[in-house]
Design a protein around this ligand. Structure first.
Ligand code: BGC
Length: 757
């Protein structure tokens, strides 16, 4: 699967370059005046802006033939010259992941879709610059919807500037399996935190006039065998965990699209799963937009369409002529096709695609650099700081050893379709390989240089860490040793374990044995284990920190930024503590296996499917470790600051819409920001894990300052899902409220009662 995907992407990239050259060629004696994505304005009643997006969509649909409707429901992937029926000049894709030509006679714009989870991808094929943002985990570590909004706004702006009309970002699958290779694209293990942040990000992205997408729906919580795996899970657990994240994300943003995933859920592919798509997403959640298949994840026509799939990507195997025929044969009602088109067009009207013509410009890097640095400042988590090791004092240090992880030239990024091209190329040329699926890409942001800038009078030397003994020698001679370690993760495969790869644990241990002032900086997709943690003095989780990562790391190391980030996922002590200690893998290939389906083949797989039973149910992340009474390395919600905070005076109002108020005081000598967290324990009759995060707030505090924080608790977030009644309800009884600075440091507690009916 992976290698086919890889081949097709790189060869299509060549086609893309050839294609963009064609823009300059005469067609039928005329030069193409339009650039991709630009659509002529056509007058019609649907242009009346005083009408709602739904009314405008219906007015437009009334003008369309069946062929035109079907043509909007699938399209080629990657770069293609595409000649739309009846149109003389070909329209041209911008060469990113997806393209659906519009309908010029009605002024319906092209859909130019770009992968854009952590920034807009595929820039380098066209000589374009795009900002490499810190990973989704970094964004989530801010717990800050303002940061999520800036993240979304920047991606939306850069999409528009390049003529794209739709993002394929918005990853929100929960970190149920901590070895998942795509955790770096997502927002952690808690549905309310993840949903709230993705909702804020998508809302801001769509405000820039492009359509957003939330993915991968649903339960695509691991990558190994993702097209073959049948996730077995109970409905209540799904509604209260992964599906709740999607529900919140959709409701908070009014996002245009939800991408259904490769895997099966309870024996039906996600893209033809009536319960997931129709019952939950469209009916219960009230999603108004369209369901788009992940690339190659469509497996049928009638079943998929009647289950709620609205768009096949890429190719037309199922939702092209086969759909038209199914309508003509009466297997799919014409009204269902109208509904599919309606969902697309109403989303285009809602974000303003008809009202704000695209105008392509070069991306200005400066706003992106600012946002990237801000996200990394707020997203880098200080995990350990023994004896006030940090912040470093530039004037007090004579020598610093910087070790490992190519810290002389760059910071690591995550791979796969979310890979944003590093400006100027991979900083580590020998890592080489495919920018998307194979080799790791280091963004050109040099921690060594940033550290030298902070401590100009110190001797700052670099050792690449390949030989622990020589790294230890350098460390021994320095006042402080800063060891950078990494774990490369990518779409399409899970990491085999939570240990740092390539014997980096040995490297850290050797350096720590040589220097008592050893600081470890992690560049990882998600959690890793740390057998050396007791022997080092400080640990910083920088995730994949983006194009200004080095500056943000140095700002925190030297105290120009006081860290405020909190973990959006648990760091377990060992893999033995996970719900599934052994990572599930696809059965080995055997006789009867069919070839991988990408892109868009009529592949059906029924011989090598395998099941993963998500029997931990709702107990995702901290809920598992709490319920199972397990110690962890660093808990969910945890993160240190260079100051300290005290919590007091909890007041809880009673009833089914309670609110809490409490004081947070900065008890140290530096200004800082504390993320105050509120958890609720449900009555025993609810049969739930000990607690759920229900609210939080970032509080900026000067030294000695106190603030009162008042937070409403959304009753939905305390509810349980009754599978029999297919409804949410609040269990009557006593609820425990717990408040503090991490899921395992909750100094304040109180109760409220929800009376029975
Ligand atoms: C990924 C999606 C991505 C799509 C298009 C798929 O392999 O799972 O997240 O948007 O490719 O590149």
């Amino acid at each position: 699967m992976r290698s086919t995907h890889r081949r097709s992407r790189s060869s299509l990239r060549l086609i893309a370059i050839a294609t963009s050259a064609l823009l300059l060629l005469p067609t039928g004696g005329k030069f193409l005046a339009q650039f991709p994505g630009q659509t002529p304005v056509v007058k019609g009643p649907w242009q009346d802006k005083s009408k709602t997006p739904d009314e405008r969509a219906d007015l437009l649909i009334a003008q369309m033939t069946l062929d035109e409707k079907v043509s909007l429901l699938h399209g080629p992937g990657f770069a293609r010259i595409f000649r739309a029926p009846g149109v003389e000049a070909p329209t041209i894709s911008l060469g990113n992941a997806g393209y659906i030509p519009g309908i010029a006679r009605l002024g319906i714009p092209d859909l130019q879709m770009a992968d854009a989870a952590v920034g807009v991808t595929h820039g380098s094929a066209f000589g374009r610059y795009c900002t490499v943002l810190p990973s989704g985990e970094s964004e989530a570590s801010s717990w800050n919807t303002d940061i999520a909004r800036e993240y979304g706004k920047l991606i939306g702006t850069e999409l528009r500037e390049q003529g794209y009309t739709m993002s394929l970002g918005g990853g929100i699958d929960l970190a149920r399996e901590p070895r998942n290779g795509r955790i770096f694209e997502y927002k952690g293990e808690d549905p309310i935190l993840a949903g709230t942040l993705v909702g804020a990000e998508m809302k801001a992205l769509q405000e820039q006039g492009v359509m957003g997408d939330i993915k991968h729906y649903a339960m695509n919580d691991s990558e190994n065998g993702r097209s073959f795996v049948d996730i077995i899970a109970d409905k209540r657990a799904m509604r209260e965990s992964d599906l709740l994240a999607f529900e919140i994300g959709v409701k908070e943003s009014g996002v245009s699209a939800v991408m259904c995933s490769y895997n099966l859920v309870n024996h039906d592919y996600a893209c033809e799963n009536d319960w997931l798509l129709n019952d939950v997403l469209k009916k219960d959640v009230g999603f108004q937009g369209f369901v788009i298949s992940d690339w190659g994840a469509t497996h049928s026509t009638v079943k998929a369409v009647m289950a709620g799939l609205d768009m096949q990507m890429p190719e037309d195997t199922y939702l092209g002529d086969a759909l038209k025929k199914a309508v003509q044969d009466g297997q799919v009602p014409a009204s269902r096709v109208d509904n599919m088109v309606h969902r697309l067009l109403r989303s285009e009207f809602a974000v303003g695609l008809f009202d704000r013509p695209l105008s392509r410009t070069a991306v200005d890097p400066n706003p992106g650099l600012e946002v990237a640095e801000k996200v990394a400042d707020e997203g880098t988590v200080l995990l350990k700081n023994a004896n006030g090791q940090l912040p470093l004092s530039a004037s007090g240090i004579k020598s610093i050893a910087v070790i490992g992880s190519h810290a002389d030239v760059g910071v690591l990024s995550g791979g796969g379709s979310a890979q944003v091209d590093a400006p100027g190329g991979n900083a580590v040329t020998r890592a080489g390989g495919n920018q998307q699926f194979g080799g790791a890409v280091w963004d050109p942001s040099s921690p060594l240089r940033a550290i030298r800038n902070k401590a100009p009078d110190a001797q700052v030397q670099y050792n690449d860490g390949s030989d622990p003994a020589s790294a230890a020698d350098l460390a021994k001679s320095a006042d402080v040793a800063i060891v950078f370690v990494n774990q490369h993760t990518s779409e399409g495969r899970d990491v085999s374990g939570l240990s740092l790869p390539e014997k980096q644990d040995d490297l850290v241990s050797a350096v720590a044995a040589a220097n008592p002032h050893t600081i470890v900086v992690l560049e990882t997709g998600g959690a890793v284990t740390m057998p050396w943690v007791d022997n080092v003095s400080a640990v910083l989780a920088a995730w994949y920190p983006g194009i200004r990562g080095a500056q943000a790391i140095a700002d925190i190391l030297f105290g120009d930024v006081n860290p405020s980030a909190k973990l959006p996922l648990t760091f377990p002590k060992s893999e033995a503590d996970l719900p599934h200690p052994t990572l599930a893998t696809q059965p080995p290939p055997g006789p009867g296996d069919l070839k991988a389906p990408f892109p868009g083949s009529s592949f059906r797989m029924n011989t090598r499917q395998f099941e993963i039973n998500d029997d931990e149910g709702v107990k995702v992340g901290y809920k598992w470790y709490d319920a199972e009474n397990k110690q962890v390395l660093f808990p969910f919600g945890y993160g240190l600051s260079y100051t300290t905070y005290a919590y007091s005076d909890l007041k809880v109002t009673q009833g089914s819409s309670p609110s809490v108020s409490f004081e947070v005081k900065n008890t140290g000598s530096r200004a800082g920001a504390e993320i105050a967290e509120v958890y609720v324990g449900l009555p025993a009759s609810a049969n739930e894990p000990p607690k759920r995060l229900v609210a939080w707030q970032r509080v900026e505090l000067a030294p000695g300052e106190s603030k009162t924080v008042t937070l409403e608790i959304n009753p939905h977030y305390m509810s349980i899902f009754d599978e029999q009644k297919s409804a949410w309800e609040l269990a009557p009884g006593d609820y425990k409220v717990m408040v503090g600075g991490s899921s395992r440091t909750l100094p304040l507690s109180g109760t409220f009662n929800v009376p029975g009916m």
